[in-house]
Design a protein around this ligand. Structure first.
Ligand code: BGP
Length: 462
């Protein structure tokens, strides 16, 4: 089997604003839900400083140019552009991301911009967040402002990062649990906001390409029991297909509708929603993949122990539908997330056959407790191995007919893990955060940096 990727395969690397920028109050930025959510002490410094990418972006992009990536996925912090979510634009925010885009283009790196990545402006949260239709209107205004500011320089756009994980793993991602009925009204508003982004991008960005960016984990049944298979069908629909069917088909699928009916959840539509849903679609699918999930049909109402999940440490327990169980056939990383490279091929083929759209992987990576040696080295063979195994499956999927056009692993530089804070590192570039003087924060190239650099140079797996 050739290890060569297609000629124009797009090699990238990914980050998000709140997990890397720091500078959480600088230059007029408003607070976001990530700045205000309850955290235990050791985490506060992390997100206020993170990797200080806000001040180090030139150095970081220079390193990415050395790495050889052709694209760089990053998110814009909405609260830097509109400190209170809407109203007055903050010129310093516009200027900052213009500088970042300029730096990328100077190095022939294509920016791939996520409009929103878990960091809703707090002022919008204060009026009910995604439960309030006003937030959809504010998002529409924000997206229009960003497309007008940068659309002539940026081709690739991603809408809202992982709305499924945001809602299903609300405790971890947002620091609070959203009541079920409210959760699915938020689902609808998030997906309508995405439809506005598709519409505005196609109206305002010449040759603009835009895609949704869910976290997709194919769901396996724990056994061949018919009810376990039914549990997998429902969790696949609620966790994965409900989102992509809305984005790509403009409708709710039958299983998801049945789930909502059984939960006695009804969603309020606005007059314009049907037309939006059925007339604005993505150009590609961006998919974040870490691993697969496994569920069984819960049978013992007395044993309502929360299900476990093989990733995101989300507790999957939905009585009457599914319960997360560990997949005994998969290895786990240091943070108890399973590793399933073959599952990536299955997921890609399933996705491609269902939606028939080009796909790019915009997150895939291994979080670990990397060690910086005295000589400034970081030996991370475990990360090289994880990425190599997953890229081999990407090649298998391409050879099986999947139109996979890019790979942008998580993460370009070390950042703050949503679940595990400062200790869980994903980057090809080690971000040292021990210096008190932020200007002195150093970056170090890990062994995986040189491995990925060679891969990009040769366009084949070393
Ligand atoms: C995805 C998010 C990323 C990042 C990643 C790794 O769901 O899109 O922002 O958080 O998960 O997870 P963690 O940060 O919990 O290690």
């Amino acid at each position: 089997m050739s290890h060569k990727f297609p000629k124009n395969f797009l090699w990238g690397a990914s980050i998000s604003a709140h997990q890397t920028e720091g500078a959480y109050k600088s230059d007029g930025k408003g607070l976001t839900v990530q700045d205000t959510r309850p955290r235990d002490n050791h985490e506060i410094a992390d997100f206020t400083v993170a990797s200080d990418h806000y001040h180090h972006y030139k150095e970081d992009i220079q390193l990415l140019a050395e790495l050889g990536v052709q694209s760089f996925r990053f998110s814009i912090s909405w609260a830097r552009i509109f400190p209170s979510g809407s109203g007055e634009v903050n010129p310093s925010g516009i200027e900052h991301y213009q500088n970042v885009i300029d730096e990328c283009l100077r190095h022939n790196i294509q920016p791939m911009i996520t409009l929103n990545h878990f960091d809703l402006p707090q002022a919008l949260e204060d009026i009910g967040g995604w439960s309030n239709r006003e937030t959809v209107n504010a998002f529409k205004n924000y997206a229009e402002t960003v497309f007008k500011a940068y659309g002539s320089q940026v081709k690739y756009w991603l809408t809202i990062n992982e709305p499924n994980v945001m809602l299903l793993v609300d405790k971890k991602i947002l620091g609070k649990q959203i009541p079920l009925k409210e959760k699915y009204q938020q689902f609808h508003h998030l997906m309508i906001a995405e439809k506005y982004a598709f519409k505005l991008c196609h109206e305002l960005v010449e040759n603009g390409q835009i895609g949704p960016v869910p976290n997709i984990s194919l769901v396996y049944p724990a056994t061949s029991k018919p009810l376990d298979n039914q549990a997998a069908l429902y969790f696949n629909s609620v966790r994965n297909w409900a989102y992509l069917d809305f984005s790509c088909f403009g409708r709710y699928n039958t299983v998801f509708k049945d789930y909502l009916n059984q939960k006695e959840v009804s969603i309020t539509f606005a007059a314009e929603d049907k037309n939006l849903m059925e007339n604005h679609f993505p150009d590609f699918i961006a998919m974040n993949f870490y691993t697969t999930m496994t569920v069984e049909k819960p049978t013992d109402k007395n044993n309502m122990s929360e299900g476990i999940s093989d990733q995101q440490s989300e507790d999957i327990m939905d009585w009457g539908f599914y319960k997360g169980v560990t997949n005994p056939y998969l290895k786990k990383n240091q943070f108890n997330w399973t590793i399933d490279p073959e599952g990536l091929k299955t997921t890609l083929q399933t996705l491609y056959d269902r939606y028939h759209l080009p796909i790019i992987i915009t997150e895939n990576g291994l979080g670990a407790k990397d060690q910086l040696t005295e000589e400034g080295k970081i030996h991370d063979p475990y990360r090289i191995d994880y990425i190599k195994q997953h890229l081999e499956q990407c090649l298998n999927a391409i050879e099986a007919g999947v139109d996979l056009f890019g790979y942008s692993p998580w993460s370009a530089i070390d950042l703050i893990s949503v679940h595990e804070g400062i200790s869980k590192r994903y980057g090809f570039i080690y971000a040292d955060r021990t210096e008190k003087d932020l200007k002195q924060l150093k970056r170090y190239k890990k062994d995986s940096f040189f491995w990925y650099q060679k891969l990009i140079q040769t366009n084949e797996i070393p």
